[in-house]
Design a binder for this molecule. Structure first.
Ligand SMILES: CC(C)(COP(=O)(O)OP(=O)(O)OC[C@H]1O[C@@H](n2cnc3c(N)ncnc32)[C@H](O)[C@@H]1OP(=O)(O)O)[C@@H](O)C(=O)NCCC(=O)NCCS
Length: 163
């Protein structure tokens, strides 16, 4: 009879708070994904935010890769704390495996555990994949900001009330 070693059975993707040593990987993913990537220093500024998390994927050989990240924070707003998902990306070769969903779920749980009564985000009007993901998590389109992105594309502002 063959048995699966316990360490192999546990080797799913893991979401954890970012560490300084992850920042170069995060920055490289950002550069490969977005036409106007954040500068490295922007990620450094959010290092201590509990809503800045990475997902690590483990290969069959046991190698770990930072496969994606989410950056979210909390801002006081007229007596209620509002979460903001500022950045979310998964390496192209790791997409479609549920990692974006996993990152978003962890970020929302972290924001809401710290008191967020609502969470907002901006998304490119053409980004159907991200919009579907956000709608699935209770985000609704609140307004459109014309020309929000540097290339002139509109942003949809989406908001989720705590559930
Ligand atoms: C958006 C993004 C983070 C999703 O990551 P992912 O790991 O591929 O997403 P998941 O596998 O968790 O999929 C979650 C849901 O997103 C939606 N989705 C993902 N890829 C999609 C695609 N190509 N087309 C349509 N919907 C898609 C689906 O609703 C999917 O749920 P399902 O698998 O039950 O159908 C990823 O595509 C990405 O990094 N895109 C570039 C950066 C970006 O646009 N970030 C968002 C900025 S606002």
């Amino acid at each position: 009879m063959t048995t699966t070693p316990p360490e192999a059975a546990d080797a799913g993707p893991t979401v954890r708070p970012v560490e300084r040593a992850d920042l170069l990987d995060v920055y490289r993913i950002e550069q490969s994904v977005f036409p106007q990537p954040w500068p490295f220093e922007a990620f450094e500024r959010f290092l201590d935010e509990p809503g800045f998390m990475v997902v690590e994927s483990v290969s069959d050989a046991g190698d770990t890769t930072i496969a994606g990240y989410v950056v979210a924070d909390l801002t006081p707003n007229f007596g209620r704390d509002i979460g903001h998902v500022k950045d979310l990306a998964v390496r192209e070769s790791f997409r479609g495996q549920g990692l974006g969903r996993l990152l978003l779920r962890h970020a929302l749980a972290s924001l809401e555990a710290r008191g967020a009564t609502a969470t907002r985000l901006e998304v490119r009007a053409s980004n159907d994949a991200a919009m579907t993901l956000y709608r699935d998590h209770g985000f609704v389109h609140r307004r459109t900001v014309p020309g929000y992105y540097a290339d002139g594309e509109n942003a949809l502002v989406m908001v989720r009330e705590r559930q």
